[in-house]
Design a protein around this ligand. Structure first.
Ligand code: HEC
Length: 455
């Protein structure tokens, strides 16, 4: 992750969306979660102490052909990278897990406890002993990371081979895929996962909703560009409000949505599948043909209809009011408001999953509730923005929002000369930036997977 600064040049939008959250692990299970750390005489061993941690918190990305540059699935691989792993976990660079733990707690938490970090460091320092494969440590519990049923699977009709260069290793492609015609009634999406084709180059996947009346417009965007799909960055473009049906980030195994809740889908709608391709792992070998599929659990009814509430100041979108002046190293914009009168018919709602989204110049961001009494409750805080690890996060304890409260999003950007994208080897000069879809525009968007109270 030392390449963080330079990767800022490769903007993408990953819609924040926790419900397809990365593979989870609970820090409490097994020896890896113990608070005691072995002393030198009882140095940690791979099979007893390290494998449970790596299986729970590393191998969902570090597998052969995965998004990470090497596998950590065997003793030999783990040993070969022991020193590097020790440094990366000590520095907090790995595993990628951006939320500030003081803000809130989430399912599928990839972060390591202090004890787990110390085990990896002590193991590396002791020469990475193998231990006894016949006496493995207990696996770490994995929670909320399985889609329990697949009812609809959709994928683009053909493979797509992205084009990468060292200067421009990112590509964003949107594929317009009709909702299956044999689904003739209104239904609810109650779970989601993505199945990346070429895992080494598929960095993120978002499924957007295209309402039946908007499908033709998207098909035209597709038809206007050669090859399957069309180029898209900040969202699907077109008439969509950018509503998500699901999102996938590396390490995610997919999951059901909150039991009893789901996202409505109408017959005749389409799914716009946005795939963010990143070529850093395949620059030497060449881009691979990809066909990424998405899978949905679908139910005819739910107890409460969920929605993904995008949250930003509406004025930012169609004026240049979200100004981020060239050269300014700390620019802040915030917006807070009570959405219940116009979004939920005056009802309160439960927030299950907050997410945050900015582009390349983002530094830090917070989503919170400001209670009617003035108290602030943190939902999600990202202190060191890295657009490669955006995502949404499932709250362990869902939070209720009452009419009179306000939802708040706050974003900070760095638009100084040092924080500019490098294009063709040249760092670009800073320019004034506003809200927009392009890689060099910015956004300040929170998203909330919510279910509205029954009246
Ligand atoms: C969500 C995916 C993901 C998970 C989980 C993950 N890694 Fe990584 N790791 C990556 C990627 C991708 C890279 C390549 C560098 C980059 O993109 O920043 C990487 C790079 C590394 C590196 C190379 C040095 C560096 O910092 O770039 C080490 C060492 C490493 N990971 C160790 C680990 C260990 C140990 C774990 C588990 C405790 C882990 N990673 C979990 C995705 C992941």
């Amino acid at each position: 992750m030392t390449s963080r600064r330079s990767t800022r040049a490769f903007a993408f939008l990953l819609a924040p969306f926790a419900l397809a959250a990365p593979l989870a692990a609970c820090g409490d299970g097994g020896s890896a979660g113990d608070d005691t750390v072995a002393d030198a005489s009882t140095a940690p061993t791979y099979y007893r102490d390290i494998k449970p941690i790596m299986d729970g918190k590393c191998t969902q990305c570090h597998f052969d052909g995965g998004i990470a540059p090497f596998a950590l699935t065997s003793y030999d691989e783990a040993k070969a990278h022991a020193a590097e792993a020790s440094l990366a976990v000590a520095a907090g660079l790995m595993p990628p897990w951006p939320p500030n733990p003081d803000c809130n707690q989430y399912y599928a938490d990839r972060s390591l406890s202090a004890a787990q970090k110390e085990l990896i460091q002590a193991w590396s320092a002791a020469g990475a002993p193998e231990g006894d494969a016949a006496h493995p440590g207990d696996p770490i519990d994995v929670e909320r990371t399985a889609l329990t049923r697949v009812d609809v699977r959709i994928e683009p009709p053909t493979d797509f081979t992205p084009t990468f260069t060292a200067e421009a290793p990112d590509q964003y492609r949107c594929f317009v895929i009709p909702w299956p015609a044999d689904h003739t009634a209104t239904e609810y999406i109650t779970g989601f996962r993505a199945v990346p084709g070429a895992a080494a180059e598929v960095h993120h996947v978002i499924a957007y909703y295209a309402a039946p009346g908007d499908v033709a417009t998207y098909q035209q965007l597709d038809a206007d560009e050669p090859g399957d799909g069309y180029t898209c960055f900040g969202g699907p473009g077109g008439p969509s409000r950018g509503e998500w049906l699901g999102g996938w980030a590396p390490g995610s195994a997919g999951s059901d949505y909150e039991p009893g809740t789901g996202l409505k889908i109408e017959p005749g709608a389409a799914v716009i599948l946005q795939v963010h391709y990143n070529g850093l792992n395949v620059l030497d070998t060449g881009a691979l043909p990809d066909r990424t599929a998405v899978e949905f659990k679908v139910d005819p009814t739910v107890e409460r209809e969920a929605m993904i509430m995008p949250w930003a100041n509406p004025q930012w979108l169609d004026s240049q009011s979200m100004t981020i002046p060239a050269g300014d190293a700390d620019v802040m914009h915030a917006f807070q408001f009570d959405p219940t009168p116009f979004l939920t018919g005056g009802q309160g709602f439960t927030i299950y999953s907050p997410g945050l989204h900015m582009h390349n110049l983002g530094r830090r961001a917070t989503a919170s509730i400001v209670r009617a009494g003035g108290a602030s409750e943190c939902l999600l805080q990202i202190d060191d923005w890295n657009f490669h690890w955006q995502g949404g996060y499932d709250l362990r304890t869902p939070v209720h929002f009452a009419p009179g409260d306000q939802l708040r999003v706050e974003c900070h950007w760095d638009n100084s000369a040092e924080n500019q994208p490098i294009i063709g080897g040249q760092q670009q000069p800073p320019h004034d930036v506003w809200w927009g879809d392009g890689t060099t525009d910015e956004m300040c968007l929170a998203t909330f997977y919510v279910a509205v109270d029954n009246p």
